[in-house]
Design a protein around this ligand. Structure first.
Ligand code: DQA
Length: 149
């Protein structure tokens, strides 16, 4: 299985560090990308890191990933709670998918308690701050190893 992992980020995450820091913290998306690249290197994973505010762009990256990647880490942001189209795209992938939320969505408004993406995710990480991305990569590396056996 490919050791290329796509790390995909949805709308408004480009403002990480400036956006509601009491909820999402002060780390920027560039910090998260640097963490993912460092942890990815330790785990022997190649990282393709992307963010978009546009649903179609995220779907296009999922389509690219399904051809060449071994897994996806995705924080779909608000699309988590709305996008059947992203769920459908993820359902075309045959590798593990880990859903990440920086905040603990279950402690927040009830509309954040439902996730379309959870229907396809191997696992969900929420409320661990930006560290959740690193934990997701660790889990994905394990799943990719296990798939080899
Ligand atoms: C989020 C949680 C979502 O409910 C929200 O719309 C986001 C970020 C998180 O990382 O905690 O934009 O996915």
């Amino acid at each position: 299985m490919s050791r290329l992992v796509y790390v995909l980020n949805g709308p408004n995450l480009n403002l990480l560090g400036k956006r509601q820091p009491a909820i999402y913290g002060y780390e920027t998306l560039a910090d998260v990308e640097a963490d993912c690249r460092r942890v990815g290197q330790e785990l022997g994973l190649e990282i393709a890191f992307h963010q978009s505010n546009a649903e179609h762009q995220i779907i296009d990256w999922i389509h690219k990933a399904r051809e060449r990647a071994g897994g996806i880490v995705i924080n779909p942001a608000a699309f988590t709670h709305t996008s059947v189209a992203i769920l459908d795209a993820l359902n075309t992938c045959e590798f593990p998918i880990i859903e990440v939320h920086i905040s603990n969505v279950h402690k927040r408004e009830s509309f954040r308690h439902h996730s379309y993406v959870s229907l396809v995710a191997s696992g969900v990480i929420a409320g661990f701050g930006t560290q959740g991305y690193q934990l997701a990569l660790q889990r994905l590396a394990r799943l990719i190893e296990e798939a080899k056996k």
